[in-house]
Design a protein around this ligand. Structure first.
Ligand SMILES: C[S@@+](CC[C@H](N)C(=O)[O-])C[C@H]1O[C@@H](n2cnc3c(N)ncnc32)[C@H](O)[C@@H]1O
Length: 292
């Protein structure tokens, strides 16, 4: 029995880039946290362990239910993820993160709140002996525009050689042109240079946003060595197709893009019963080794 027969809604593996059909009901911005949650919900059913790093993790809209990625991921059941690092620059944001962390720390779970610039704190986080080569590790980089340095992404990608840390990277497609155009000061342009990590950032101006996202995905593969990187569009609610973000998902695991495809399609629907998923996922994927 082939993988496709086991899981017919996953696209066929063609030995080259997968092509995912577009959705009739696009994924709106308010579902971006749900998308991360849903993907991890699926993935940790296979790994049964994992570590989660969230570089820009304070709630953006504290009053909107289910919009805070760190909260949804921490609350997800079964609670297979064991180690969390939640970073944010904002003091108030870190107070909210501390309150969340306090609800979820246990003998089996470590939740560390790290206040400061993620581009500096990343070294400390990645130095943790808890991120061992065989620990499935995920990193959310939910920046607003240019906050995450390319050097930071490089460090995350370089941390593990065997099944690199999976990255969910937010590219602010909806306002990138405007933000690029309005960054006229030396400091503003210096920030963009750090974000892009190359001096040719002006070529981004005016590019079609899908092409730009594709180009960014290619960088994850060519410069960082990921086997797979796909850009998933996230839309402005009610618009006629305005893409606000592209979420670039970079992974070394061949099945991971298909799992993301499933998460993307099901994000607004009720979670499938675990038993049903487990039966098919366990056969579908090569189980990753248990964390030591
Ligand atoms: C888009 S919001 C994050 C939203 C959050 N992931 C959620 O699910 O609601 C971006 C966050 O990045 C934080 N931030 C901005 N610059 C930062 C930096 N250099 N290091 C860490 N956090 C930063 C902001 O304080 C803000 O909380």
């Amino acid at each position: 029995m082939t993988q496709e027969e086991l899981f017919p809604d996953l696209p066929k593996a063609l030995g080259k880039s997968l092509v995912f059909a577009s959705l009739r009901q696009p994924v709106w911005t308010e579902n971006k946290a749900r998308l991360i949650h849903r993907y991890l919900y699926y993935f940790v059913l296979i790994t049964r362990h994992g570590a989660y790093i969230d570089g820009f993790s304070a709630p953006q809209e504290p009053d909107v239910a289910d919009s805070w990625a760190a909260k949804l991921v921490l609350e997800s059941k079964p609670a297979f993820l064991r180690d969390f690092w939640l970073c944010d620059l904002s003091k108030v944001g870190c107070e909210a993160l501390e309150a969340l962390a306090a609800d979820h720390r246990s003998r089996h779970r470590r939740v560390e709140v790290v206040q400061g610039d993620f581009n500096e704190r990343v070294d400390l986080i990645l130095a943790s002996e808890r991120i061992k080569p065989k620990v499935a590790t995920f990193c959310l980089l939910d920046q607003r525009a240019f906050e995450c340095d390319w050097a930071t992404v490089q460090k995350i990608a370089a941390k593990k050689t065997e099944n690199k840390i999976e990255i969910f990277y937010f590219l602010a497609s909806g306002w990138l042109d405007r933000s690029l155009a309005s960054s006229s000061t030396e400091a503003g342009q210096g920030r963009i240079l750090k974000w892009w990590g190359r001096s040719d950032w002006r070529t981004l101006q005016g590019m079609n946003s899908a092409n730009r996202a594709q180009m960014m995905s290619e960088r994850f593969k060519q410069e960082l060595g990921y086997r797979f990187a796909y850009a998933w569009p996230i839309y402005d609610r009610g618009s006629k197709g305005t893409v606000m973000f592209h979420m670039i998902h970079a992974t070394d695991h061949a099945e991971a893009p298909k799992i993301m495809n499933r998460a993307y399609r099901k994000v607004t629907k009720a979670l499938e019963p675990i038993e049903e998923l487990q039966a098919s996922f366990m056969r579908l994927l090569e189980p990753l080794p248990e964390a030591p």
